[in-house]
Unconditional design. Structure first.
Length: 211
């Protein structure tokens, strides 16, 4: 009997521990009005002809400010900038000297960026995503977010927290490609200059405007 009670208590404790993600995400949505961090992104494509594909690793810096503004500056191995200014989503490829401009409302929708920047609380976030606690793993608390719309490429996103701190985004698309972003040196609610989320195409760059 003692062993049975002990087993039940352990199972209950494990279930409680794995159910912290949604509570942490809700708190993050409420208190994180802005943030900045360094990131490392590992993109793993599905196997080809039964053979594993070598993952691609990139790194840079990330910043966001609600509502709807964020910036990714990729520095390695290639320079690239992605800026959402609240109205327009800009993508600048430095090597090609090419800028892609899209209406932000149409470009984002049910994307990982929406999880961090678009909504103030879980109620609003649940309009676009089905949210569920995921088991703790790799020392992190996880939330599984599944888009309610099947129109986009995104299949699911796991959001990982180290305590109360945003630590990872694990993104899976419908083609089986996985993109894992890990954040370091995360700063909560820093005072970010307004220029952080302003982008002007460099002189001489080709600008492509997508509908």
């Amino acid at each position: 009997m003692k062993r049975l009670v002990f087993t039940i208590l352990i199972a209950a404790s494990a279930q409680w521990a794995s159910a912290q993600g949604l509570k942490i995400l809700e708190n993050f949505m409420q208190v994180a009005h802005s943030g900045e961090a360094q990131f490392t992104q590992t993109v793993t494509a599905p196997p080809r002809d039964g053979k594993a594909v070598t993952p691609k690793v990139s790194s840079g810096s990330f910043a966001f400010e609600r509502p709807g503004r964020f910036r990714f500056d990729y520095r390695k191995p290639f320079a690239q900038t992605i800026v959402a200014d609240g109205t327009t989503l800009w993508l600048y490829d430095v090597d090609l000297n090419q800028v892609t401009e899209r209406a932000q409302a149409q470009a984002l929708g049910s994307t990982p960026a929406a999880l961090l920047t678009s909504t103030p609380d879980l109620t609003a976030l649940r309009r676009d995503f089905t949210l569920a606690d995921a088991p703790d793993a790799e020392g992190l608390h996880w939330v599984l977010a599944t888009p309610k719309s099947s129109d986009g490429q995104l299949a699911s996103v796991r959001v990982g927290f180290d305590g109360e701190q945003l630590a990872a985004l694990d993104i899976l698309d419908h083609f089986g490609q996985r993109s894992l972003l890990r954040f370091a040196n995360f700063a909560l609610n820093p005072k970010l200059p307004a220029s952080t989320f302003v982008f002007k195409p460099p002189q001489g760059a080709d600008v492509l405007r997508e509908q």
